[in-house]
Every structure is written in C-alpha cells, then in structure tokens.
Design a protein around this ligand. Sequence first.
Ligand SMILES: [Ca+2]
Ligand SMILES: [Ca+2]
Length: 290
Amino acid sequence: MSPVRVERERSWEVPAVDVEGEPAASSDEPAPASRWREFAVRAALLTGCAVIVAAITLAIHLTKLEIPPVQAPARALQPATAPVTALEPHPGDGGSASPVDRVDPTWARQVAAATGVPVRALLAYASADLTVDAEQPGCGIGWNTLAAIGAVESGHGTYGGAMLGEDGHPSPPIRGIPLDGQREGVAAIADTDDGVWDGDVTWDRAVGPMQFIPSTWARWEADGNGDGVGDPNQIDDAALAAVHYLCASGNMTTPDGWRAAVLSYNHSDAYADQVAQIANGYASAAGTVP
Ligand SMILES: [Ca+2]
Ligand SMILES: [Ca+2]
C-alpha cells in the first residue's frame, strides 16, 4: 500500500509526512541534526493532534451513551401514605350497599380534581384501601400507591381510548398483547381461562385496569363492588385483588417492604421508581385538599 500523504492547513504549518512517521522526501535535504529536531517537532505535533482527536471522539461517544436513570435510595422512593375519608355507616343500611359507597364522595371529588385521577377510579382505589386497612392493618398500603399502579397499568382504565364507566368497566375492555413468547421480554403463557377473561383461547393476556394475567386472577380473585362476582375487568374488583396481592408481600410501611411489594407486581426497578414517583405526586396533590 502506498503511503498516504497528509497535508496540513496553513495554520498548522507541518510539512508533509507519510503515515509511517517518516519525514517526506524533499529536494533540499536538511543537515542530520536539523532533521532529527524537525522530526521531533513533527512527532510532538502529531501526538498532540492525536490526543485532541481522541478526546473529541471520546466526548462524542459519551454524549451518545444512554445514561441509565439514577436509582434513588429506596428510602426516598417510599411514597407517603395519603388517608382516605370514609363515611360513617348509617344505621339501617343493612350492609347491602357497595363497599365503594363508604368512600366520602366529597373527599373523592376533591382529591380527583387535585390529582387528575378520574373519580370513578379513585373510588375503587380508596375503597380497596379501606378494606385492606380493616383486614390487614399491618400492610399499610395507601390508595395513592394503588392509584399509581393503576395509572401505569392502564391510565386508570383508559388505555387504548377506553372509557371507564360508572359500573367500573372500561369500554372497550382492556386486554394486553398475547403472551405468546414471540417478543423480547414476553413470556409464553398458554391459555388458562378458555378466553373467559382475556378473549383469547390460545394464549393468556393481561386483563383489565390493573392488568391481571388470568392465572394470577384465579388465585387473587376479589369482589370489590360487592355484586357477588369477581371480575378482573371491573376496577373495584381488580383494585381489591391488587391490594391483597401487594399486601401478601408483607408490611409496606418500610421502604424495603414497599419496594418488595411493588416489585412482586412487576419485577422491574424502573417500574417501581415510576410507581413511587406517581404515588408521591398524588400524595402531594391530595395534601392540598382542605
Ligand atoms: Ca386466555
Ligand atoms: Ca365484583
């Protein structure tokens, strides 16, 4: 291969050299000592140029790197627990009303307005919070954590343009992609529900506002609205099943306990961070409610 000659611009004023570092042939050869001095100067200049080019290349490379999000300490990620205002039971109610009716509607309207959580979804989260507080007072989950999970999982039952009806059902129903193992990070889960919940008789899919997989629902099925039926498509039922699932991990009042519970729902640190951020935002916004 013939040597490539590198000509410098005027400001650099370095005589032409070949890539092997040998001074280029010249018609008026300098004396040996002068040649070596000149060669040393050229070498120093070339080294300097190489260092600058390497630094620029490194800087460009670094700017292209995807810097992973900084994981804040778990302590900073434990959301505050926002309280729910419940109505006092009225004598003669007969216990026939939906558990969701315990939630103070005035509180729900104000918190919904302050947080942006749709009031129907907020009623489901708050009711599930009240239920689990009575059943498992040691769990300590706040409605805001449940709401944050609902936000990430389905936009509170509005994913894909769905509308969350007053009956707690998103319309159209929210169903995830088939769990057919064909995509990265997607497990293969053959049908377990005969398509009853997910409409898919070949594979299973995550279902409803809280995105329960049918086999998980089969274990955690709950009836949050008190109609006698557990339905993962119905947000009161799904929210109650979700708090049972989360509280099964243990005490959520400690940073490590909170994180372990959320990771049991979805084993992703990025997911837990996102849920914590949203839950804290809801608690902060709800704190503005008089
Ligand atoms: Ca299925
Ligand atoms: Ca139900």
